[in-house]
Design a binder for this molecule. Structure first.
Ligand code: SF4
Length: 276
């Protein structure tokens, strides 16, 4: 079914009270679109609420270069549904996550993940202008994360329509289904977030799933770990949590469905990011 341009206002009304955002106080509305289900529905709500305000509006996708190729299809479907172009921006220094890790000689650790900083945060900051109101897809279960985000980024004027309207992420999946939009391939494969393929924030279960779904990605990361002397996964051996190289990761280790969702976003180095 081809998604139709919809009357997005009905979604705002259906799910509750939208904030009375004073768009006249801002010069531009920037809706952060991550190719996740929640961000798509948040974009729909924000566009509906801003429709008659006349504010300049950008729906922004920050491309890391390492996400699933099906995202291009999802973006096209959402553009049709939202009746709005989605603007893609990308790092002009790094083609993808591999380029960051290989150049920085660092994958992830106590200093965070440089891929987030270079491919998302730096790109987002470059696009940002004084006078922007930014829309994020934190859902109704993520008020704490949204509050942490606001605390760490006081310079950002931020609006979360899903929290305002008390919309949980699961309803976003239904909304996309109602619109005839097939979910991004990563969800269909059983991942809870539509993040990069082969994220160092994933646990043992996630990496065993990557081994099954994307063997070349698993092999490449295992090789890179060896080259950099890094170990991104932890497993429990004889009751003790230990780091283990991917090429020594037991195929039975971890259970992806029991692991916390991977969090990545414009501020994931600060311990509370989101794939909205
Ligand atoms: S999703 Fe994972 S791999 Fe991609 S930028 Fe975020 S931390 Fe890096």
């Amino acid at each position: 079914m081809t998604p139709e341009c919809h009357n997005a206002e009905s979604i705002v009304r259906q799910w509750g009270r939208s904030s009375a955002v004073d768009f006249a106080s801002f010069e531009r509305l920037v809706i952060m679109f991550s190719c996740g289900a929640a961000s798509a529905v948040a974009a729909s709500m924000a566009l509906a609420a801003a429709k008659s305000s006349g504010i300049e509006t950008v729906v922004l996708y920050i491309d890391t270069g390492s996400e699933h190729e099906d995202n291009a299809r999802f973006i096209t479907d959402c553009e049709r549904w939202l009746c709005h172009k989605i603007t893609t921006v990308k790092s002009d220094r790094f083609a993808d996550t591999w380029a960051v890790w290989e150049t920085r000689r660092y994958i992830s650790g106590i200093l965070g993940a440089p891929c987030t900083t270079e491919l998302k945060k730096a790109v987002g900051e470059k696009f940002r202008r004084l006078g922007d109101l930014e829309v994020y897809g934190f859902d109704s279960t993520e008020s704490d994360r949204a509050a942490r985000f606001a605390k760490h980024q006081p310079e950002i004027a931020m609006w979360c329509p899903l929290i305002d309207s008390r919309t949980p992420k699961r309803l976003c999946f239904y909304a996309l289904g109602d619109a005839g939009i097939k979910l991004p391939a990563m969800y269909e494969l059983g991942y809870r977030n539509n993040n990069c393929i082969g994220c160092p924030k994933g646990g043992a279960g996630y990496w065993n799933k990557i081994r099954r779904d994307f063997p070349p990605v698993f092999d490449r990361m295992a090789k890179l770990e060896r080259e950099l002397g890094a170990k991104i996964c932890k497993v429990t051996i004889s009751g003790e949590r230990q780091r283990v190289s991917l090429d020594e990761l037991p195929e039975s280790a971890g259970r992806h469905s029991n692991e916390p969702p991977i969090v990545c976003g414009l501020f994931c180095d600060q311990g509370g990011a989101h794939d909205a």
